[in-house]
Design a protein around this ligand. Structure first.
Ligand SMILES: NC(=O)c1ccc[n+]([C@@H]2O[C@H](COP(=O)([O-])OP(=O)(O)OC[C@H]3O[C@@H](n4cnc5c(N)ncnc54)[C@H](OP(=O)(O)O)[C@@H]3O)[C@@H](O)[C@H]2O)c1
Length: 233
């Protein structure tokens, strides 16, 4: 199985890469932006630099004939009062979360179409499902991404499946500033019915399922991994 992970140098993407790279069944292409990937299993994976905000397209240098799974991890969690978010910040978030995904997918579509069973997975946020203060930018970017995923699922069925995973707080470098003291960890843990914050390892099993044959009758869905915060009062 051929898998491309965009944004595999940190957080959830890194955990996904570490899981798949340990199995010989998977051939991986994994990107980084600012932080080069360090791995002892280089033989099974190709690592490349890719910044979705840049005009140049290093994806053209990859020779991937058939792609079975594309997992897109770049994203933002900009939490600020609405009136303090600049137009440029809104634009950058949309560029990383939505336009970056569009650019990446358009590149890989010919290779995905060659697969007998292709699957695309992106990451959304609970802020696209419920109103949360200070989440204006992330909410519109992720709601746009979720809508796009449903549209693409319709447009490319039955050939390519598309699903998104909406997350509440997962401890990664992206969210480190939100959980950098014990009191912040406690406060955020208490807000979640399951009384802890999430880890990248909470996310990997669903990704594994969504790119496998076991989920071959599932497309256009928005799954939620959130410690119960959106469903339970
Ligand atoms: N963590 C959470 O609590 C949470 C909550 C809701 C949604 N999400 C979503 O889940 C996804 C993964 O989040 P995470 O916490 O794992 O984030 P992370 O630790 O910041 O990792 C993001 C990955 O994307 C890469 N990346 C960032 N900007 C990029 C760009 N302009 N071009 C190409 N690659 C870029 C990063 O590369 P470098 O590190 O090399 O720069 C890194 O590999 C994101 O879409 C995020 O919005 C996360």
């Amino acid at each position: 199985m051929n898998i491309t992970v965009i944004g595999a140098s940190s957080g959830i993407g890194k955990e996904i890469l570490q899981y798949f790279v340990s199995y010989k069944d998977y051939k991986l292409w994994a990107s980084y932006n600012k932080v080069p990937i360090v791995s002892s299993n280089e033989g099974q994976a190709t690592y490349f630099h890719y910044d979705v905000l840049q005009e140049n397209n290093p994806l053209e240098e990859l020779s991937i004939q058939t792609l079975d799974a594309l997992i897109y991890c770049p994203g933002t969690v900009l939490l600020k009062p609405f009136e303090k978010i600049s137009l440029q910040e809104f634009k950058t978030n949309l560029e990383v979360d939505v336009l970056g995904f569009i650019k990446t997918l358009q590149h890989f579509l010919p290779s995905l179409k060659k697969s007998k069973s292709a699957s695309v997975v992106v990451f959304s946020s609970v802020a696209a499902k419920i109103g949360m203060p200070y989440h204006a930018s992330v909410s519109i970017a992720k709601a746009g991404l979720d809508a796009l995923i449903r549209t693409l699922a319709a447009e490319y069925a039955p050939k390519i499946r598309f699903n998104s995973i909406a997350l509440s707080l997962i401890q990664t470098p992206l969210t480190q500033h939100l959980v950098n003291t014990e009191s912040k960890v406690q406060a955020i843990s208490q807000r979640h019915p399951l009384k802890r914050i999430g880890n990248p390892s909470d996310v990997v099993p669903l990704v594994k399922y969504l790119i496998s044959e076991e989920s071959s009758w599932i497309t256009g869905q928005n799954f939620v991994i959130d410690g119960g915060i959106t469903a339970i009062k």
